[in-house]
Design a protein around this ligand. Structure first.
Ligand code: FE2
Length: 433
């Protein structure tokens, strides 16, 4: 007796719909017609079943704090930083944990089951670290939550940041963070990259730096990060997040830099929702988009994964744990609108995010863990287009969340009485014109 059979599922890379059989926490069969009984049958009816979504860049210690202690009236990065400074002394472990858990509930409903969250370690006491360690333990059965010790105010700009960062690692935080472009000088920024990369090598930990999140064409810390990654042999254990300044580098420098990034083996994580809203704000017109060079990085073979960064916090008042919204914004803001690139955007918030986080390949396959999401869309491009409803979310063979399909009841003369947005796929070659 099987536990779950999903009938007629479209998998991201398969031409035809297949049945998926789940027993316990494993996928035991994927074939055109699976015989036998299961405790539950789910009819996908030609809709997409994909690996769960991944968010390799988030700030869960700040999420859902929008409005505390006041709103970011201007919506700018500078007011967001000032606001976070006002909020930090008021934070309690209980309140951070409660908001983070509410966010995790939302993430599960959106099929988002792997998250890397930076946690501010600039100032003691480390209430954010305490809270997030508690949350990591609590959500472990259903969310892979990685924590990054993030000296948000700079490793060398505040007196105890380095000591606090090391204490956070000793407390069990998984990944080393940093923010070289925010140090007082370029030299201090480069020194912080070297120090943090050496710490990662010593401790055998991953490294994920907010790197060159700026419009400054001279902010070139990613070059040092690539150098240190190669020198210390850290490869895919390293991630350069944001890298928005690459948008503003001159083309000659970019063509020298990108092969060095590829050679190092590091990952790059742009955050389209935040980059498109926070960068270019001091420009008049034309106004820069501030997205890093995604097509060129991809062409060089770099693993690029989109992150979300923020949801309802001092820096961003929108967001909904929806990685399809992130992919959708990436497609527009880069821009990259070929069919291949839109499909890639879907992969960037599933497989590529898992790779950046160092997780096992989540591709749906026989023998693999039964982790998947049934979407109200036929294929990855339609999923991005519609930011498709997550109809069923499954982790380790257990249904964690269900959402009713989006439909509309119509009352129009001589027209259908209901509308399913997933029926608006492109016409096939065989359709009549
Ligand atoms: Fe960030």
């Amino acid at each position: 007796m099987l536990d779950i059979i999903i009938r007629q599922a479209n998998l991201p890379t398969q031409e035809r719909a297949l049945d998926i059989a789940i027993k316990g926490d494993r996928i035991v069969d994927i074939s055109p017609k699976i015989a036998g009984d299961a405790h539950e049958e789910i009819n996908a009816d030609g809709r997409l079943v994909s690996p769960p979504f991944t968010d390799p860049h988030f700030h869960m210690d700040a999420t859902l704090s929008l409005g505390l202690p006041r709103m970011n009236v201007s919506g700018t990065l500078l007011e967001g930083i000032a606001l976070w400074g006002e909020l930090k002394p008021l934070l309690t472990q209980e309140a951070i944990a409660e908001r983070a858990l509410r966010y995790c509930d939302l993430a599960v409903s959106q099929g988002l089951l792997s998250i890397r969250s930076h946690v501010d370690v600039s100032t003691a006491p480390l209430v954010g670290v305490e809270a997030m360690l508690q949350v990591r333990k609590q959500v472990a059965p259903y969310i892979d939550l990685q924590l990054v010790a993030f000296p948000q105010d700079g490793l060398y700009r505040t007196k105890d940041a380095e000591e606090n960062l090391i204490r956070a690692l000793d407390m069990g935080v998984d990944v080393i963070g940093g923010i070289p472009h925010f140090e007082r000088t370029m030299a201090d920024g480069a020194k912080s990259v070297t120090r943090l990369a050496e710490l990662a090598a010593e401790r055998g930990l991953k490294l994920d730096l907010h790197c060159d999140e700026s419009d400054d064409p001279m902010s070139r810390h990613v070059e040092t990060l690539a150098y240190e990654t190669t020198r210390l042999g850290l490869g895919g254990h390293v991630t350069a997040s944001h890298v928005t300044a690459m948008h503003s580098y001159d083309n000659y420098y970019a063509t020298k830099l990108i092969p060095l990034i590829a050679e190092s083996g590091m990952n790059v994580v742009p955050n389209p929702l935040i980059n498109i809203t926070l960068q270019g704000r001091s420009d008049t017109y034309p106004r820069r988009r501030g997205l890093t060079r995604v097509p060129e990085l991809r062409a060089a073979g770099v693993n690029v994964a989109f992150g979300q960064d923020c949801t309802m916090d001092p820096w961003y008042s929108l967001g909904s744990a929806d990685m399809l919204e992130v992919a959708h914004m990436g497609v527009h803001a880069v821009p990259m609108t070929s069919r291949e690139a839109i499909e890639w955007a879907f992969t960037s918030v599933t497989l590529n995010g898992a790779q950046a986080m160092g997780l096992p390949d989540p591709t749906i396959r026989v023998g693999g863990p039964a982790n998947m999401v049934l979407l109200q869309a036929q294929n990855p491009i339609e999923a991005v287009r519609m930011k498709a409803t997550r109809l069923v979310v499954i982790k380790n063979g257990k249904v964690l969340a269900r959402t009713a399909p989006r439909t509309a009841k119509l009352n129009l003369p001589d027209r259908p009485t209901s509308l399913d947005p997933a029926d608006y796929a492109p016409a096939s070659n065989t359709s009549a014109n």
